[in-house]
Design a protein around this ligand. Structure first.
Ligand SMILES: *Cc1c(COP(=O)(O)O)cnc(C)c1O
Length: 473
């Protein structure tokens, strides 16, 4: 056989080490001990494939061929990436407390403990310990909700969108539902009232106009095919000027007279008075029920401050219908959510503790003066770390509630604000903030990177994180 020149592809392919020889390399054996043979083999396989395609396209060996330490480095990068988690803690300093993209409400310590313990041990999710018989997974929440809102019963599902879908499907499939034109909202993420109606098999009957709907509009639209009137809380936008809407109490009366149901999608649905924070009072589920609404739905992870969930409260007979609907089985919550929700609702039994126990309330409750003090300490401690490339200032800013709640209400706040000087780059800084051990998410505004301090969890930890970053610049 003729000897081939070393640069022929065949010779190059033969020069690649074999999988077995690589797996036997001492440094790679150590990797297998940490990451397992399967993962290391897969990482090596992708490196060898890349090497073969490099030979095919460029007729050369990868540089690691002469130096296995380099291949080891690539493998460590790859494997640590494979094993890294994506749902890690970040700092939400965006100025939006209930940030949907950042997971909405942070949970109370009691909720965290409750979740951890039901993850670790079996729990009587559908079992009545006292009676020793089968129970229902929504019972504990239902009992709490009864105490807190006076509702006859409650049904818990995955989120408020699911709650609306279930209410409509169980109460009005194949029938007509009357909604005011001013309330045909889109919540975001493809949740539009007309679409959800179609999905539930209901016929939407629009009444009134965008800005004005009257009682007689509803009255005239009722036919023998009407199952319900639905009210939608237009939480994420505000129409002002020449407007009219019909109050729930009057609609409740009309519905009772005509033998149809009144249902309400409240959206946020706070159970506490938010005016103490300088926010607007949201319509509460208890007020809706008192006004004669038959079913009210709201989110668990908006202003309630709990886990992602949807609660439907109201008449026992209707809740029974929801509980036995096949969709409920598909939309029911698991034990982790129910444990967190139960712990969250228990805080509401003692409303004076809400502002300390529920992280979202603690954030709403902070005074601007406290935020100035925190800001001054951070600015003072950090300035030297970021000089001379960046200047740190404190500016007044405004925090939003988020999740479509109260879009025109703002809480006065303070932002730690970075400006790039000679040798600094704001986009680079933003990138570095996002790559921190606990990524820092702020907001770019007018050539400044702003960190709204109302969203801060721990001053000491943020200081440590920013000091480390500053020293690496
Ligand atoms: C937020 C909202 C929804 C959707 O609730 P999710 O819990 O996000 O599914 C539906 N209706 C209204 C009025 C809302 O504000």
């Amino acid at each position: 056989m003729m000897t081939q020149a070393p640069e022929t592809p065949q010779a190059l392919y033969r020069a690649l080490p074999s999988m077995d020889s690589l797996l036997a390399e001492p440094s790679f054996v150590v990797l297998q001990q940490s990451y397992g043979k399967v993962a290391v083999k897969a990482a090596l396989d992708s490196q060898l494939k890349a090497a073969r395609s490099l030979i095919g396209s460029e007729r050369r060996l990868p540089t690691w061929c002469g130096e296995l330490a380099q291949l080891h480095g690539c493998l460590v990068d790859q494997l640590s990436k494979d094993y890294s988690h994506s749902l890690i803690p970040v700092w939400n300093l965006t100025g939006t407390i209930l940030h949907t993209n950042l997971g909405r409400a942070q949970q109370s310590e009691a909720a965290i403990r409750a979740v951890t313990s039901v993850m670790r041990y079996p729990t009587p999710l559908e079992f009545e310990l006292a009676a020793g018989e089968r129970g229902h997974r929504d019972n504990a929440i239902s009992a709490l909700i009864q105490r807190l809102t006076g509702a006859e019963a409650c049904c818990v599902v995955n989120n408020n969108a699911a709650a609306v879908l279930l209410m409509l499907s169980a109460v009005a499939a194949g029938k007509e539902v009357i909604v005011s034109r001013g309330e045909l909202v889109e919540i975001g993420g493809a949740f539009r009232i007309p679409d959800i109606m179609r999905q539930a098999g209901c016929t939407l009957v629009e009444v009134g106009s965008t800005n004005r709907t009257h009682l007689k509009d509803y009255e005239q639209a009722i036919t023998e095919n009407t199952a319900a009137i639905m009210k939608v809380h237009t939480s994420n936008y505000h129409i002002s000027g020449f407007t009219a809407a019909v109050e729930e109490a009057r609609l409740g009366q009309l519905c009772r007279e005509r033998g149809i149901s009144l249902i309400s999608d409240l959206g946020s649905g706070s159970l506490t008075d938010l005016r103490r924070f300088g926010l607007k009072q949201e319509p509460t589920p208890q007020a809706m029920l008192a006004d004669g609404v038959d079913l009210v739905s709201f989110s668990g992870d908006k202003l309630l401050g709990g886990p992602q969930s949807g609660l439907i409260v109201g008449k026992q007979s209707l809740i029974k219908q929801l509980q036995s609907h096949p969709l409920k089985r598909a939309l029911r919550c698991d034990k982790l959510i129910l444990a967190a929700l139960e712990a969250t609702l228990i805080h509401y039994l003692n409303p004076e503790t809400l502002d300390t126990e529920l992280p979202i309330m603690a954030k709403f409750a902070r005074s601007q003066e406290t935020l100035w003090q925190i800001g001054r300490r951070l600015q003072h401690a950090l300035a030297a770390h970021f000089e001379p490339c960046y200047r740190i200032e404190l500016v007044e800013c405004q925090t939003q509630v988020g999740s479509g709640s109260q879009p025109d209400t703002f809480l006065p706040s303070v932002a730690l604000c970075f400006t790039a000087l000679d040798g600094g780059s704001l986009s680079l800084l933003e990138q570095q903030f996002k790559q921190a051990a606990r990524p820092i998410i702020g907001r770019m505004s007018n050539d400044q990177l702003r960190l709204d301090l109302r969203g801060l969890d721990s001053e000491a930890e943020l200081l440590a994180e920013l000091s480390t970053l500053g020293m690496q610049l």
